[in-house]
Design a protein around this ligand. Structure first.
Ligand code: KIV
Ligand code: ZN
Length: 518
């Protein structure tokens, strides 16, 4: 069977979803997980957009060697040269150039003619080809572009050296029959179509992103652009797990297969969830909490008699662990590392040690440690590598009356511990107010979510928050059996990320002068 290439854009289009901002080290962690998942192409970022993005693409290009590493660039000189620089150390670099082609974008956004659009596209592709052999061109808003003009654009960019041409449904407007027609027409009318890989990139505004991607593949597209958990602008992008599993489960219909290791789907989805704090809806296909839960008695009865009565795929096929094995305070390092392996995480010796230390602390507070507890330990503690600019020394809270009061002692790097007491409308508000008094930052808390990781009164509470610090939103997260403590640590996590971002930015700016200026 023919191969369809899976182009993952979790780190670029996905990261553009509100609340999905990732630090460079989080992107790197995700990039390694995507490599293990088996994606063919990984879009690592949009280097010209910020020093942080540049740095993330550069680091991924340096460290992740198997897949093609793509960097996005608008059709302009500075974008293309910056993308090329970020990709310098990649083994398999791709520059992904785009320009909008629809009448509405040409007239109202770019204010250029059709001829000028083609000229810019061709110049950018030619320039990109001077740096790399592998150049992708995207006609933004392709599905609202008249087909004769779209065909002219495609022909011109292929002539200029584009090896992949992507036809995005940028605003999630198309129906599957239109995608089929668009791909078919381009193949029939573009003279040099046989020499290129056609690609689809579908957004989910009408809930059709997966269906449209499959329609594209059926019509002859051989690359699908998608994101883990379907995160992305507005309603998101086509979900990688849905596209891949639809091709696999219905291999009788699909004419292609993907190179994705489907058993890595669930662990990768979980990693992204913990990094971003964006939990897929419970009924989300493949990776939602209830995707394999059978509630109705009649279904349970059927399942017990024959699993396939109500289940079209084995949960283990997508890496959902078979049982929620319980560990306790007497379990050792080996049992812990083994369980992480079953959950899809191969830990380094250092990570095992760190996870074990946190596991023992938790086991003193909880009788049974479930898989969700282990994942909380891993993602909120053992893998968190943000330097602790601020550390909590003491937290004392009184609540229950009209106002709550919190006393917090913080240690700031290079300084002596300082203490503040504040009142608030509840223990979390009081705690965060005390931190505000201690740190020299204006912080706007945009969102705070508390979620129980496990059932029961002794559940671990996971806190995810978005804090705006000096004009940038940072995601803070932490887990603890005490939710006030978790909220405090999540707040400090966001503050530590802001401090680290400033350090990295200063370093990047020093190294690159004022190259970006955008
Ligand atoms: O949706 C879109 O059109 C895009 C392009 C930049 C590929 O994300
Ligand atoms: Zn997009």
């Amino acid at each position: 069977m023919e191969r369809v290439l899976i182009f993952d854009t979790t780190l670029r289009d996905g990261e553009q979803s509100p609340g999905a901002t990732m630090t460079t080290s989080e992107k790197l962690r995700m990039a390694h997980a995507l490599d293990a998942l088996g994606v063919d192409v990984m879009e690592a970022g949009f280097p010209v957009s910020s020093p942080d993005d540049f740095l993330a693409v550069q680091k991924i290009a340096r460290e992740v060697k198997r897949p093609v590493i793509a960097a996005l660039a608008r059709a302009g000189e500075k974008d293309v040269t910056t993308a090329a620089r970020a990709l310098e150390e990649a083994d398999n670099p791709r520059i992904h150039v785009f320009i909008a082609t629809s009448p509405i974008h040409l007239a109202d956004k770019l204010r250029i003619s059709e001829d000028e659009c083609i000229q810019r596209a061709v110049q950018a592709v030619e320039l990109a080809r001077r740096y790399v052999e592998d150049v992708e061109f995207s006609a933004e808003d392709a599905t609202r572009t008249p087909l004769p003009f779209l065909a002219r654009v495609v022909e011109a960019v292929v002539e200029a050296g584009a090896t992949t041409v992507n036809l995005p449904d940028t605003v999630g407007y198309a129906h599957p029959s239109e995608i089929d027609h668009m791909i078919g027409t381009i193949q029939e009318t573009v003279a040099n179509a046989a020499s290129l890989v056609l690609s689809v990139h579908c957004h989910n505004d009408l809930g059709l992103a997966t269906a449209n991607s499959l329609a594209g593949v059926r019509a002859g597209a051989r690359q699908v652009e998608c994101t883990v958990n379907g995160i992305g602008e507005r309603a998101g992008n086509a979900a990688l797990e849905e596209v891949v599993m639809a091709l696999k489960v219905r291999s009788d219909l699909a004419e292609v297969t993907s190179g994705v290791d489907t058993r890595r789907i669930y662990p990768t989805s979980q990693l992204l969830t913990r990094i971003t704090g964006l939990h897929p809806q419970p009924n989300k296909a493949i990776v939602g909490k209830n995707a394999f839960a059978h509630e109705a008695g009649i279904h349970q009865d059927g399942m017990l008699k024959e699993r396939t009565t109500y289940e079209i795929m084995d949960p283990q096929m997508v890496g959902v662990p078979a049982s929620r094995l319980v560990l306790g305070k007497h379990s050792g390092r080996h049992a812990l590392a083994d369980r992480y392996r079953v959950l899809g995480h191969e830990l380094s010796q250092k990570q095992v040690e760190q996870a074990y230390r946190l596991f023992k602390l938790l086991a003193d507070q909880k009788k049974e440690i479930l898989d969700e507890d282990l994942l909380a330990i891993l993602h909120y503690g053992a893998m968190d590598d943000i330097p602790a600019h601020y550390k909590v020394e003491v937290l004392e809270v009184t609540c229950g009356g009209e106002w709550s009061t919190a006393t917090v002692t913080l240690m700031e790097e290079g300084d002596l511990p300082r203490t503040a007491t504040a009142r608030g409308d509840g223990p979390i508000a009081a705690t965060l107010a005390a931190v505000d008094e201690l740190v020299d930052e204006r912080i706007r808390l945009e969102e705070l979510t508390i979620r129980a990781a496990t059932p029961g009164k002794d559940a671990v509470g996971e806190v995810t928050l978005q804090a705006r610090i000096r004009g940038i939103t940072f995601t803070g997260r932490a887990a603890s059996t005490d939710v006030v403590d978790a909220a405090l640590r999540a707040y400090l996590n966001a503050l530590n990320k802001a401090a680290q971002a400033r350090v990295l930015e200063a370093r990047a700016l020093q190294a690159a002068g004022d190259l970006w200026g955008v």
